[in-house]
Design a protein around this ligand. Structure first.
Ligand SMILES: C[S@@+](CC[C@H](N)C(=O)[O-])C[C@H]1O[C@@H](n2cnc3c(N)ncnc32)[C@H](O)[C@@H]1O
Length: 299
Protein backbone atom coordinates (compact mmCIF):
# COMPACT_ATOMS: atom_id res chain seq x y z
CA UNK A 1 0.00 0.00 0.00
CA UNK A 2 2.35 2.75 -1.12
CA UNK A 3 0.75 6.12 -1.79
CA UNK A 4 0.32 5.38 -5.52
CA UNK A 5 -1.21 1.98 -5.07
CA UNK A 6 -5.01 1.79 -5.36
CA UNK A 7 -6.74 -1.50 -5.95
CA UNK A 8 -10.28 -0.10 -5.84
CA UNK A 9 -10.81 -1.30 -9.38
CA UNK A 10 -10.64 -4.88 -8.12
CA UNK A 11 -13.62 -4.38 -5.79
CA UNK A 12 -17.13 -5.12 -7.16
CA UNK A 13 -18.80 -1.71 -7.72
CA UNK A 14 -15.68 -0.10 -6.21
CA UNK A 15 -17.09 -0.77 -2.74
CA UNK A 16 -14.62 -1.62 0.01
CA UNK A 17 -15.79 -3.65 2.96
CA UNK A 18 -14.27 -4.13 6.42
CA UNK A 19 -13.06 -7.63 5.61
CA UNK A 20 -11.35 -6.38 2.41
CA UNK A 21 -9.36 -3.61 4.03
CA UNK A 22 -8.41 -5.79 7.00
CA UNK A 23 -6.94 -8.34 4.57
CA UNK A 24 -5.15 -5.62 2.59
CA UNK A 25 -3.80 -4.01 5.76
CA UNK A 26 -2.50 -7.34 7.08
CA UNK A 27 -0.71 -8.09 3.80
CA UNK A 28 0.81 -4.62 3.79
CA UNK A 29 2.18 -4.88 7.35
CA UNK A 30 3.43 -8.39 6.63
CA UNK A 31 5.29 -7.12 3.55
CA UNK A 32 6.97 -4.57 5.85
CA UNK A 33 8.12 -7.34 8.25
CA UNK A 34 5.88 -6.19 11.13
CA UNK A 35 5.83 -9.00 13.69
CA UNK A 36 2.09 -9.50 14.29
CA UNK A 37 0.58 -8.08 11.10
CA UNK A 38 -2.95 -9.44 11.55
CA UNK A 39 -3.29 -8.39 15.17
CA UNK A 40 -1.85 -4.93 14.55
CA UNK A 41 -4.09 -4.40 11.50
CA UNK A 42 -7.13 -5.42 13.55
CA UNK A 43 -6.28 -3.04 16.42
CA UNK A 44 -5.66 -0.14 14.03
CA UNK A 45 -8.88 -0.79 12.14
CA UNK A 46 -10.79 -0.91 15.45
CA UNK A 47 -9.38 2.53 16.30
CA UNK A 48 -10.44 4.01 12.94
CA UNK A 49 -13.90 2.45 12.98
CA UNK A 50 -14.55 2.85 16.74
CA UNK A 51 -15.26 -0.89 16.96
CA UNK A 52 -14.27 -3.85 19.12
CA UNK A 53 -12.21 -6.65 17.56
CA UNK A 54 -15.17 -9.01 17.56
CA UNK A 55 -17.15 -6.43 15.52
CA UNK A 56 -14.63 -6.69 12.68
CA UNK A 57 -15.79 -10.27 12.20
CA UNK A 58 -19.46 -9.70 12.90
CA UNK A 59 -19.52 -6.76 10.44
CA UNK A 60 -16.95 -7.92 7.88
CA UNK A 61 -19.37 -7.05 5.04
CA UNK A 62 -19.92 -3.49 6.23
CA UNK A 63 -18.94 -0.93 3.56
CA UNK A 64 -16.08 1.40 4.47
CA UNK A 65 -16.11 5.07 3.47
CA UNK A 66 -13.17 6.61 1.57
CA UNK A 67 -12.39 8.72 4.67
CA UNK A 68 -12.27 5.62 6.91
CA UNK A 69 -10.08 3.82 4.40
CA UNK A 70 -7.73 6.81 4.22
CA UNK A 71 -7.61 6.95 8.03
CA UNK A 72 -6.70 3.26 8.21
CA UNK A 73 -4.02 3.68 5.55
CA UNK A 74 -2.50 6.55 7.52
CA UNK A 75 -2.23 4.39 10.67
CA UNK A 76 -0.81 1.46 8.68
CA UNK A 77 1.91 3.71 7.28
CA UNK A 78 2.80 4.88 10.79
CA UNK A 79 3.04 1.28 12.00
CA UNK A 80 5.10 0.32 8.93
CA UNK A 81 7.55 3.09 9.86
CA UNK A 82 8.00 1.16 13.16
CA UNK A 83 6.04 3.49 15.41
CA UNK A 84 4.93 1.22 18.28
CA UNK A 85 1.30 0.12 18.11
CA UNK A 86 0.61 1.40 21.63
CA UNK A 87 1.71 4.96 20.76
CA UNK A 88 -0.50 4.95 17.66
CA UNK A 89 -3.45 3.71 19.72
CA UNK A 90 -2.54 6.12 22.56
CA UNK A 91 -3.34 3.48 25.16
CA UNK A 92 -2.39 0.12 26.60
CA UNK A 93 -3.27 -2.23 29.42
CA UNK A 94 -1.20 -2.99 32.52
CA UNK A 95 -2.30 -5.15 35.47
CA UNK A 96 -5.68 -5.40 33.66
CA UNK A 97 -6.11 -1.60 33.97
CA UNK A 98 -6.29 0.97 31.13
CA UNK A 99 -3.40 3.43 30.67
CA UNK A 100 -3.09 6.39 28.31
CA UNK A 101 0.23 6.80 26.61
CA UNK A 102 2.22 9.46 24.81
CA UNK A 103 5.72 9.30 23.32
CA UNK A 104 6.92 11.03 26.53
CA UNK A 105 6.48 7.80 28.52
CA UNK A 106 7.86 4.29 28.25
CA UNK A 107 5.31 1.72 27.11
CA UNK A 108 4.60 -0.43 30.21
CA UNK A 109 6.05 -3.94 29.82
CA UNK A 110 4.43 -7.18 31.03
CA UNK A 111 7.55 -8.09 33.06
CA UNK A 112 7.02 -4.98 35.22
CA UNK A 113 3.78 -6.55 36.46
CA UNK A 114 5.98 -8.96 38.47
CA UNK A 115 7.26 -6.04 40.52
CA UNK A 116 3.69 -4.90 41.25
CA UNK A 117 2.56 -8.43 42.08
CA UNK A 118 5.47 -8.85 44.48
CA UNK A 119 4.24 -5.87 46.55
CA UNK A 120 0.64 -7.10 46.36
CA UNK A 121 1.74 -10.48 47.70
CA UNK A 122 3.49 -8.84 50.65
CA UNK A 123 0.78 -6.38 51.74
CA UNK A 124 -2.67 -7.38 53.02
CA UNK A 125 -5.24 -5.61 50.88
CA UNK A 126 -6.71 -3.49 53.74
CA UNK A 127 -3.34 -2.35 55.08
CA UNK A 128 -2.40 1.35 54.90
CA UNK A 129 1.07 1.32 53.44
CA UNK A 130 3.33 4.13 52.19
CA UNK A 131 5.07 3.56 48.87
CA UNK A 132 7.49 5.61 46.77
CA UNK A 133 7.72 4.95 43.00
CA UNK A 134 10.90 6.41 41.48
CA UNK A 135 10.74 7.10 37.73
CA UNK A 136 6.99 6.63 37.49
CA UNK A 137 6.70 7.31 33.72
CA UNK A 138 3.12 6.47 32.67
CA UNK A 139 2.36 5.83 36.35
CA UNK A 140 1.71 2.16 35.61
CA UNK A 141 3.32 0.90 38.85
CA UNK A 142 2.01 3.66 41.14
CA UNK A 143 -1.53 3.62 39.75
CA UNK A 144 -1.81 -0.20 39.86
CA UNK A 145 -0.58 -0.32 43.46
CA UNK A 146 -3.01 2.43 44.46
CA UNK A 147 -5.83 0.59 42.69
CA UNK A 148 -5.20 -2.85 44.20
CA UNK A 149 -4.19 -1.54 47.67
CA UNK A 150 -7.10 0.80 48.40
CA UNK A 151 -5.66 2.15 51.68
CA UNK A 152 -2.17 2.83 50.35
CA UNK A 153 -0.62 6.28 50.05
CA UNK A 154 1.77 6.65 47.14
CA UNK A 155 4.37 9.21 46.16
CA UNK A 156 5.39 9.03 42.50
CA UNK A 157 8.38 10.97 41.18
CA UNK A 158 9.97 11.45 37.78
CA UNK A 159 12.46 13.78 36.15
CA UNK A 160 10.04 14.43 33.27
CA UNK A 161 7.16 16.90 33.66
CA UNK A 162 5.48 15.50 30.51
CA UNK A 163 5.61 11.97 31.96
CA UNK A 164 4.10 13.17 35.25
CA UNK A 165 1.23 14.80 33.35
CA UNK A 166 0.37 11.46 31.71
CA UNK A 167 0.77 9.61 35.03
CA UNK A 168 -1.64 12.06 36.70
CA UNK A 169 -4.11 11.51 33.85
CA UNK A 170 -3.85 7.76 34.41
CA UNK A 171 -4.50 8.17 38.12
CA UNK A 172 -7.75 9.99 37.28
CA UNK A 173 -8.64 7.41 34.62
CA UNK A 174 -8.39 4.67 37.25
CA UNK A 175 -9.99 6.68 40.08
CA UNK A 176 -6.95 6.73 42.41
CA UNK A 177 -5.87 10.38 42.11
CA UNK A 178 -6.68 11.11 45.78
CA UNK A 179 -4.01 8.70 46.99
CA UNK A 180 -1.09 9.47 44.70
CA UNK A 181 1.11 12.50 45.08
CA UNK A 182 3.08 13.29 41.91
CA UNK A 183 6.29 15.24 42.22
CA UNK A 184 8.99 16.25 39.79
CA UNK A 185 12.33 14.96 41.11
CA UNK A 186 15.72 14.25 39.58
CA UNK A 187 17.21 11.38 41.55
CA UNK A 188 20.68 12.85 40.81
CA UNK A 189 19.80 16.05 42.71
CA UNK A 190 20.21 16.47 46.49
CA UNK A 191 16.42 16.84 46.89
CA UNK A 192 14.23 14.36 48.74
CA UNK A 193 10.68 13.33 47.91
CA UNK A 194 7.85 14.76 50.03
CA UNK A 195 6.95 12.74 53.14
CA UNK A 196 10.27 10.95 53.28
CA UNK A 197 10.86 11.90 56.95
CA UNK A 198 8.42 9.28 58.21
CA UNK A 199 10.03 6.72 55.89
CA UNK A 200 8.44 4.65 53.14
CA UNK A 201 7.53 1.04 53.74
CA UNK A 202 8.30 0.20 50.09
CA UNK A 203 10.34 1.95 47.44
CA UNK A 204 9.77 0.55 43.97
CA UNK A 205 11.51 1.54 40.78
CA UNK A 206 11.92 0.46 37.20
CA UNK A 207 14.83 2.76 36.36
CA UNK A 208 16.29 3.12 32.86
CA UNK A 209 18.66 0.17 32.39
CA UNK A 210 19.89 0.01 28.80
CA UNK A 211 23.70 -0.10 28.64
CA UNK A 212 25.81 1.50 25.92
CA UNK A 213 26.46 -1.81 24.04
CA UNK A 214 22.79 -2.83 24.28
CA UNK A 215 21.64 0.54 22.95
CA UNK A 216 23.08 -0.29 19.55
CA UNK A 217 21.03 -3.49 19.31
CA UNK A 218 17.59 -2.06 20.18
CA UNK A 219 14.66 -2.54 17.81
CA UNK A 220 13.71 0.61 15.86
CA UNK A 221 10.36 0.69 17.68
CA UNK A 222 12.26 1.30 20.92
CA UNK A 223 15.34 3.23 19.80
CA UNK A 224 13.56 5.69 17.52
CA UNK A 225 10.29 6.16 19.40
CA UNK A 226 10.51 5.56 23.16
CA UNK A 227 12.05 8.36 25.27
CA UNK A 228 15.84 8.00 25.61
CA UNK A 229 15.66 9.30 29.19
CA UNK A 230 13.47 6.31 30.11
CA UNK A 231 15.91 3.83 28.58
CA UNK A 232 19.56 4.77 28.63
CA UNK A 233 21.60 4.34 31.80
CA UNK A 234 25.34 4.66 31.07
CA UNK A 235 28.10 2.20 30.30
CA UNK A 236 26.73 -0.76 32.30
CA UNK A 237 23.07 0.30 32.46
CA UNK A 238 23.15 0.48 36.26
CA UNK A 239 23.91 4.15 36.89
CA UNK A 240 20.33 4.90 38.04
CA UNK A 241 20.14 1.71 40.16
CA UNK A 242 23.21 2.88 42.10
CA UNK A 243 21.59 6.22 42.83
CA UNK A 244 18.20 4.73 43.71
CA UNK A 245 19.81 2.21 46.08
CA UNK A 246 21.90 4.95 47.70
CA UNK A 247 19.05 7.45 48.22
CA UNK A 248 16.43 4.88 49.15
CA UNK A 249 18.48 3.73 52.11
CA UNK A 250 17.72 7.09 53.75
CA UNK A 251 14.12 7.23 52.60
CA UNK A 252 12.99 3.75 53.75
CA UNK A 253 11.69 2.89 57.21
CA UNK A 254 13.80 0.35 59.11
CA UNK A 255 12.55 -2.98 57.78
CA UNK A 256 11.23 -1.31 54.62
CA UNK A 257 11.91 -2.91 51.26
CA UNK A 258 13.52 -1.66 48.04
CA UNK A 259 12.32 -3.45 44.89
CA UNK A 260 14.06 -2.76 41.58
CA UNK A 261 13.50 -4.00 38.05
CA UNK A 262 16.72 -4.91 36.22
CA UNK A 263 17.73 -5.85 32.67
CA UNK A 264 19.16 -9.09 31.35
CA UNK A 265 22.34 -10.04 33.26
CA UNK A 266 22.04 -7.16 35.73
CA UNK A 267 20.60 -9.03 38.74
CA UNK A 268 23.97 -10.08 40.18
CA UNK A 269 25.68 -6.68 39.92
CA UNK A 270 22.51 -4.92 41.14
CA UNK A 271 22.31 -7.33 44.10
CA UNK A 272 25.95 -6.52 44.87
CA UNK A 273 25.16 -2.78 44.84
CA UNK A 274 22.40 -3.36 47.42
CA UNK A 275 24.55 -5.57 49.65
CA UNK A 276 27.43 -3.07 49.62
CA UNK A 277 25.07 -0.29 50.65
CA UNK A 278 23.92 -2.35 53.66
CA UNK A 279 20.59 -3.82 52.53
CA UNK A 280 19.92 -7.27 53.95
CA UNK A 281 18.03 -10.32 52.62
CA UNK A 282 18.96 -9.32 49.07
CA UNK A 283 17.14 -11.57 46.62
CA UNK A 284 16.19 -11.78 42.97
CA UNK A 285 13.13 -13.04 41.16
CA UNK A 286 12.66 -14.36 37.61
CA UNK A 287 10.15 -13.19 35.01
CA UNK A 288 8.07 -15.59 32.91
CA UNK A 289 10.90 -15.87 30.38
CA UNK A 290 13.26 -17.09 33.13
CA UNK A 291 15.24 -13.81 33.25
CA UNK A 292 16.23 -12.58 36.75
CA UNK A 293 14.12 -9.44 36.54
CA UNK A 294 13.56 -8.14 40.08
CA UNK A 295 16.12 -7.44 42.80
CA UNK A 296 15.01 -6.59 46.31
CA UNK A 297 16.57 -5.85 49.68
CA UNK A 298 15.51 -4.86 53.19
CA UNK A 299 16.73 -1.69 54.85
C1 LIG B 1 12.20 2.62 32.42
S1 LIG B 1 11.15 4.03 32.64
C2 LIG B 1 9.94 3.34 33.75
C3 LIG B 1 8.59 3.97 33.62
C4 LIG B 1 7.48 3.22 34.41
N1 LIG B 1 7.79 3.22 35.83
C5 LIG B 1 7.35 1.80 33.90
O1 LIG B 1 7.72 0.87 34.65
O2 LIG B 1 6.90 1.58 32.78
C6 LIG B 1 12.20 5.02 33.68
C7 LIG B 1 11.60 6.36 34.14
O3 LIG B 1 12.60 7.02 34.93
C8 LIG B 1 12.60 8.39 34.65
N2 LIG B 1 13.93 8.95 34.95
C9 LIG B 1 15.05 8.89 34.18
N3 LIG B 1 16.06 9.54 34.78
C10 LIG B 1 15.57 9.99 35.96
C11 LIG B 1 16.15 10.74 37.04
N4 LIG B 1 17.42 11.16 37.00
N5 LIG B 1 15.38 11.05 38.10
C12 LIG B 1 14.07 10.64 38.14
N6 LIG B 1 13.48 9.94 37.16
C13 LIG B 1 14.21 9.60 36.08
C14 LIG B 1 12.22 8.48 33.17
O4 LIG B 1 11.68 9.75 32.85
C15 LIG B 1 11.24 7.33 33.03
O5 LIG B 1 9.92 7.77 33.18
Amino acid sequence: MNSNQDTTARRPNGIWRLGDILREGTLFLSSRQIENPRLDAERLLCKVMGKRRIDLYLCHDQPVSPAERAGFKNLLLRRASREPLQYILGETEFMSLPFRLSPHVLIPRPETEILVEMVLNLVPVREAVSILDIGTGSGCIAVSLAFYLPRSGITAVDISRSALDIAAENAVLNGVQERIRFQILDIRSPESPPEFESGFRFIVSNPPYISQPEWETLAPEIKNHEPGIALYAGADGLSLHRLVAEKSFDWLQAGGMLILEVGLGQADPAGEILRKKGYRSVASRKDLAGVERIVSGIR
